[in-house]
Write a protein that binds this ligand. Structure first.
Ligand code: GLN
Length: 470
């Protein structure tokens, strides 16, 4: 009930698309009964959680923040949602995002943008000479980052203890950094994608947003493992993900990729990054400069692969099976076209067009196949670095702190959103685990996050180091 009342109080953040109040109260009541009988279902029994609105939830509307899916109520739960419910978690609602998770701001959904809770901190409002929140004008608020901005804001505003996000190119880590929470992207294949409405199947992973690394590890422990409904999940049984209280970092080798010293990187983020490296060094860890030489190709490569998979994935939204259908019925083709014109925003339509262009017979070899080869080079860069003895990479998560909304929407969204993902996208192309941890507040009083990237399927080791650091 406390979380529900906080959801109501922070409604202006627009973090939730659907608040499942009735479901939550019923689940909480059942959990209380179990507790009294000493028969708890698991570590999440009675714990309020939120789920990004691109995961299927049985009986609860699932929109992907798109007019295309407004009113769509799935008949089944995504595997990850089911696993959380099986542990007794209480589902508070479905969180806001960029339409179909395409974006880095959470500004592009059909239900309006998400506001960053930090916009209303006393320090920020004083520095920006803004009146305290509640007075009439309210234009100077910050974006949450995205696309899982609703989930990040929901955790940051204490309306739940953990939230599911999705991460295709940074969508869990980017908003986590901007909202001052932990954002974890597991290794590709460790956690089932069944029921996560796909953006880029070969890169999508369910992400976990929490207030501390320990919580992320607990949730990961519940989600990880093989799922017969997702053939890309690992077959091996997974060990429990409990983290030690004390970790010895003195034997670690921390890699600092030199290509990540981007010219656009803000001075503040850069200085927190080097302070973090010094901290490891002062504890006896070896901190070395490493090279990921194909980094500069990653944004373009991601663009070709992402849009190509999007063009194929979005074909299912044709007005027949689910969601929106237009009134035009002169021909099936006309119905498809009008439904898709009405249902998708211009970001989604733009990506479908770009993807279909790259997949044209005459372009396929030159764009799609070439991008796949470049993806392999990008992934091999990481393999080489890890094979040389590096345990974990330390990088910034984002170029700078959260942007004010009005600034963010000024420039062309698609170009900017690509640039903002510079530190996160390559990780998805390589399938590696990565976590963004809040490190400090900027001069303006805004959270800054740093990212740790680990070896494939060494998620536990990665979280151990992140916990030591947080
Ligand atoms: N910003 C990236 C994109 O728009 C990543 C999105 C994501 O991770 N879902 O494609």
């Amino acid at each position: 009930q406390k979380c529900l009342s906080l959801i109501k109080k922070t409604k202006f953040l627009n973090a939730y698309i659907t608040v499942s109040e009735e479901v939550a109260l019923k689940q909480a009541e059942e959990s209380e009964k179990r507790y009294k009988k000493g028969r708890s279902l698991g570590d999440l029994d009675g714990i309020p959680i939120a789920v990004k609105d691109n995961f299927s939830t049985s009986g609860i509307e699932t929109t992907c923040a798109s007019n295309m899916l407004k009113g769509y109520v799935p008949p089944y739960n995504a595997t990850v949602v089911q696993k959380l419910l099986d542990q007794g978690a209480v589902l508070m609602g479905k969180t806001n995002l960029d339409e179909f998770a395409m974006g880095s701001g959470s500004t592009d959904g059909a239900f309006g943008p998400v506001k960053n809770p930090w916009s209303y901190s006393k320090q920020y409002r004083e520095k920006r000479k803004q009146k305290p929140h509640g007075e009439k004008e309210d234009s100077d608020w910050l974006i949450t980052g995205g696309s899982s901005g609703g989930s990040a804001a929901a955790v940051a505003a204490f309306t739940c203890f953990a939230a599911l996000g999705s991460d295709t190119g940074g969508s869990t880590r980017n908003p986590a950094a901007h909202c001052g929470v932990v954002g974890f992207k597991p290794s590709y294949g460790l956690v089932s994608r069944h029921g996560l409405i796909p953006l880029v199947n070969s890169m999508d992973v369910p992400g976990i947003l929490t207030r501390c690394v320990d919580d992320a590890a607990i949730v990961l422990g519940m989600l990880a493992g093989h799922d017969p409904k997702d053939s890309t999940t690992i077959q091996d049984p997974v060990k429990p993900f409990t983290l030690p209280t004390l970790t010895d970092v003195s034997k670690l080798c921390i890699g600092i990729p030199k290509e990540y010293l981007a010219p656009e990187l803000s001075g503040e983020v850069r200085s927190f990054w080097s302070k973090a490296a010094n901290l490891f060094e002062s504890e006896g860890a070896k901190v070395i400069e490493v090279s990921l030489p194909h980094t500069s190709y990653s944004i373009v490569c991601y663009h070709v692969l992402c849009t190509s998979e999007v063009a194929s994935n979005m074909a299912r939204f044709d007005g027949l099976e689910y969601g929106h259908r237009c009134d035009i019925n002169v021909s099936t083709e006309a119905m498809y076209a009008a439904t898709r014109r009405e249902g998708f925003n211009d970001v989604v339509r733009g990506r479908i067009l770009a993807g279909n262009f790259f997949l044209l017979k005459e372009n396929y070899e030159n764009y799609f196949i070439k991008a796949q080869k470049v993806r392999r080079l990008i992934a091999n860069d990481f393999v080489k670095v890890f094979n040389s003895g590096v345990d974990v990479l330390l990088t910034p998560t984002t170029l700078r702190g959260a942007a004010p909304y009005l600034e963010f929407i000024k420039e062309d969204n698609r170009t900017r959103s690509a640039e903002d993902d510079i530190f996160t996208q390559a990780v998805n192309m390589a399938g590696l685990p990565a976590v963004s941890v809040p490190v400090a507040l900027s001069n303006l009083g805004l959270p800054i996050g740093l990212q740790f990237i680990g070896r494939a399927f060494c998620d536990q080791q990665l979280l151990k180091i992140a916990k030591w650091f947080e």
